[in-house]
Design a protein around this ligand. Sequence first.
Ligand SMILES: CC(C)(COP(=O)(O)OP(=O)(O)OC[C@H]1O[C@@H](n2cnc3c(N)ncnc32)[C@H](O)[C@@H]1O)[C@@H](O)C(=O)NCCC(=O)NCCS
Ligand SMILES: Nc1ncnc2c1ncn2[C@@H]1O[C@H](COP(=O)(O)OP(=O)(O)OP(=O)(O)O)[C@@H](O)[C@H]1O
Length: 196
Amino acid sequence: MIIIGLTGSIGMGKSTVAAMFERSGIPVFDADAAVRALQGPGGRALPAIEAIFAGTTHAGGLHREKLGAQVFGNPAALKQLEAILHPLVGEAQSNFLARHRLKRAVVLDVPLLFEKGGWRRCDLTIVVSAPLRVQRARVLARPGMTRAKFAAILKSQMPDAEKRRRADVVIETGRGRRVTWMAVRRVVERLRREGA
Ligand SMILES: CC(C)(COP(=O)(O)OP(=O)(O)OC[C@H]1O[C@@H](n2cnc3c(N)ncnc32)[C@H](O)[C@@H]1O)[C@@H](O)C(=O)NCCC(=O)NCCS
Ligand SMILES: Nc1ncnc2c1ncn2[C@@H]1O[C@H](COP(=O)(O)OP(=O)(O)OP(=O)(O)O)[C@@H](O)[C@H]1O
């Protein structure tokens, strides 16, 4: 099985590109979705989060804005939150890989692929990237986003330039969806030619 690691900084287009791989018939593990499931109604991570970040959970899940305000811009707090969530995300990812073990290729869509070492288990790494002004415009258009929050999140992530340097393939998302779709197709076709 070929394991493709897909990553990129905030707003660079990971989810969009992941959906394009899915449409091409390649199963995708979505680490952000796994995190949200752990934090949703009855989520397994809620008691541990409440124990450290009191007042950030409720019966139906998590006050995301409240918790985000406590961890983005506070590296020690973010580390504590990651220590709760990442082992559980790792479990969900292992289950996904076991479930799809007979597939020829899968995509792991993981925001912190390079930061947390997930790239080591991948046969191919892909970074989605767009110019900073495109990224900024996309992110600031999101409800509840502020310049300060965007800056704090960017600071907690590996810089785009370094991700691009480390990736096997860079997929541009700043020049329209068609250009991006063609780049995804090129990867899929290359894998098929190589027997995946
Ligand atoms: C703090 C939380 C509740 C804030 O939720 P909110 O809905 O406001 O933001 P969202 O999850 O959409 O994230 C916004 C942006 O921040 C990025 N981000 C999230 N967590 C992290 C992190 N630990 N380090 C760097 N960037 C992060 C996301 O990739 C995204 O680009 C949430 O981000 C969270 O639980 N993060 C910790 C889990 C984690 O590490 N996720 C990353 C993938 S496993
Ligand atoms: N060619 C393109 N490829 C990818 N995304 C695009 C493209 N053109 C526009 N976008 C837009 O960019 C925005 C960000 O995309 P997306 O939600 O996929 O990013 P993301 O990397 O998953 O974000 P985050 O890390 O914050 O969760 C979306 O509104 C999407 O519609």
